[in-house]
Unconditional design. Structure first.
Length: 179
């Protein structure tokens, strides 16, 4: 049994306190990371939208679109993406946004959650960046009901952040043709 002197005890407390400060700082940093949201910002009919990058597999140029007969209007068709057939959804039609047509800059944002995969049309990709989840505001009154259902929030700069998980899990976007 050893006896720790007063100076040894104070040194031990100092070390433990320093460790506690470091651990507390790590917890704060990790909490800040959970509050950050990595998004991909894109244009859709002249409006700025974003989706969390965790749901985005890649961005692919829109080319060789094959229309699908008898499909809902919001299903533009399919593309062959390196040997994989991918359905393309036009959120402008699905969200009832004024459609300005396709442009040469049209891109496909491939959404994927492991169970479902399809592409959504974007007029242009603006940026990939981080935003604070705490800055997201509830829906704007100008957004239609269907958009509000898929809304994660709106930033103070009026960037509409869509919930990729809700879009991918929505059965309204799955086309079932039973004969």
């Amino acid at each position: 049994m050893s006896i720790i002197g007063e100076s040894g005890e104070s040194e031990r407390r100092r070390i433990l306190k320093a460790r506690a400060v470091v651990l507390a700082q790590e917890l704060l940093e990790n909490a800040d990371e959970r509050e950050q949201l990595e998004i991909v910002e894109f244009l859709l009919a002249g409006e700025r939208y974003a989706i969390e990058s965790a749901y985005i597999g890649e961005v692919y140029p829109l080319k060789d679109l094959t229309p699908l007969p008898c499909a809902p209007l919001f299903v533009l068709g399919v593309i062959n993406m390196r040997g994989k057939i991918l359905s393309i959804i036009d959120l402008r039609i699905f969200f009832e946004i004024t459609n300005k047509g396709l442009s040469d800059l049209s891109r496909v944002i491939v959404l994927n959650d492991g169970a479902m995969e399809f592409g959504i049309l974007a007029d242009a990709i603006i940026d990939a960046r981080w935003i604070s989840r705490a800055t997201l505001l509830p829906s704007l009154p100008t957004l239609t009901e269907i958009r509000a259902e898929y809304l994660m929030g709106v930033t103070p700069e009026r960037l509409v952040v869509l919930d990729g998980g809700k879009i991918l899990s929505d059965r309204n976007l799955v086309v079932h043709d039973e004969v």
